[in-house]
Design a protein around this ligand. Structure first.
Ligand SMILES: [Zn+2]
Length: 145
């Protein structure tokens, strides 16, 4: 289990366990970077990260910074507290990243009323820090989009 959040505004979350494979993904928010593992041979963005590229089987994988922009691919509004988590209701979304067809991330949408969320909405990453160890990438509507 994880520790309680450092500040009261930060909701409790089940935090990911950091490994050598996923550390760059979960800590990029410290410097404001959304990073994905990318194959240095064929250019494929690979998420979640794996030791081998699933396309060309190269081991030459590295993390690269992406734009942090995305569009809402699908979403659900969660009214039920399945586990300790953010205040209800909250929006669970899968966002599509423009860097590669099919590159998607499951996340929460923030700074938006659940009824205002639409498929195809432009969103951008914001990071929710936890104990100076993990930065959870969340997405909010792009201002003026
Ligand atoms: Zn590859």
């Amino acid at each position: 289990m994880t520790d309680a959040p450092a500040t009261p505004e930060v909701p409790f979350r089940i935090l990911p366990r950091l490994t050598d494979l996923n550390r760059d993904f979960w800590t990029g928010g410290k410097v404001g970077e959304l990073r994905f593992q990318r194959c240095q041979q064929c250019g494929y963005y690979n998420h979640p990260p794996t030791p081998l590229c699933p396309i060309c089987h190269s081991k030459d994988l590295a993390f690269e910074v992406v734009s942090g922009r995305a569009t809402v691919w699908t979403f659900t509004i969660n009214h039920q507290a399945w586990m300790p988590g953010p205040e209800l209701p909250f929006v669970v979304a899968i966002v599509a990243l423009p860097e590669q067809e099919g590159l998607r991330l499951t996340t929460n949408l923030v700074d938006v009323e659940p009824e205002a969320v639409k498929i195809g909405m432009d969103v951008e990453v914001v990071f929710e820090p936890h104990d100076d160890e993990v930065w959870i990438p969340l997405f909010r509507p792009v201002e003026g989009a």
